[in-house]
Design a protein around this ligand. Sequence first.
Ligand code: PLP
Length: 395
Amino acid sequence: MISEKMKPLVNNNSVIRQMFEEGQRLAKEFGAENVFDFSLGNPNVPAPMEINEAIIDIISNENPVKVHGYMSNMGFPETRQAVAENLNKRFGTDFDLNNIIMTVGAGSALNVILKTMINPDDEVICFAPYFVEYGNYIRNFDGVPVIISANPEGGFMPRFDELREKITARTKAIIINNPNNPTGVIYPESVIKELADLLNEKQKEFGTVIYLISDEPYRELAYGGVEVPFLTKYYDNTIVGYSFSKSLSLPGERIGYIVIPKESDDAEEFTEAATIANRVTGSVNAPSLMQLVIGRCIDARCEVEYYERNGKTLYEALTNMGFSCVEPQGAFYLWMKSPEPDEKAFVAKAKEYNILMVPGSSFAGPGYVRLSYCVSYEQIQRSLPKFEELAKVYF
Ligand code: PLP
């Protein structure tokens, strides 16, 4: 008999995953080239060559006992130092290895961060629409997700009036994701400053610590030279969760890290607790081989131009057909208004044209759909006549 806590998860089993499986089924029936699957954020760009070269070199030349062994739960010191130096070089910070914990991707980073800070019934604020797993991660530790409603008229920026009302003495953290999944927008520096000011004001008012959790798997995926502010520079109690899943196309390898700045509240104790949380949540440590690879390839380039071209092509084509979309500034998602009020009906209609997308209600954003364009450029081009047919149903 499964637990009460798991029952709702089983009942709401990820729509995105179901879509992915549906895509596989349709591909068998119609041929992969005739199915236009925009459901999953699984990067289509191959990992940089230097990653493969590093793997081969490490397994050929390094001591296998080290390569495949346990290490400190925080990760290899040389990898953590490489991460710290990379951040310092790019953002003018002053981290060292003691500020970095290697993790099993961003998913695990978030779970470790939340386990470290949450007491039962603590509130964690998320801005709709948001990555659907946040709610599950928060509830893993008996926290309570508090949702700030979406702000379509304000370009999906945070609604500060509602945020101000919803921060209480129980607020433990706020999660932001910049560049954003699912909207593709980037919060500019002015928004981050306003957020930092409000959090500082509320910490004072309640005499509490309110963490800003910065979930950053898409940090490098910012288009046209748009700056993504590095949050530890704006707000002391920022904890960063990062992933190489998207930037280096390594989602199956499960590698990321946490940054705990020394300015944050009780930083040393927090770091020690997060290291233990890494262990007791069962990850123990981030994958050893991948840590060694990242230590060597920390400066590897993310192919942001590839996604930028995909996003631009899809945005322009769909907008010209009459669909209303948010112009993507980063990540690799197009957030599109459903042309009928029930976006699930629209998603079902699109499936009749072998186009797969995810209903916005999966991100607490009903009335919209998400198209994940980390696919081949050819798929985008081949899909456009089908989108034309779909558009004719509505416009
Ligand atoms: N956070 C966001 C916003 C994501 O979109 C994803 C993955 O799609 C994750 C976290 C989890 O990433 P990872 O593969 O590193 O666990």
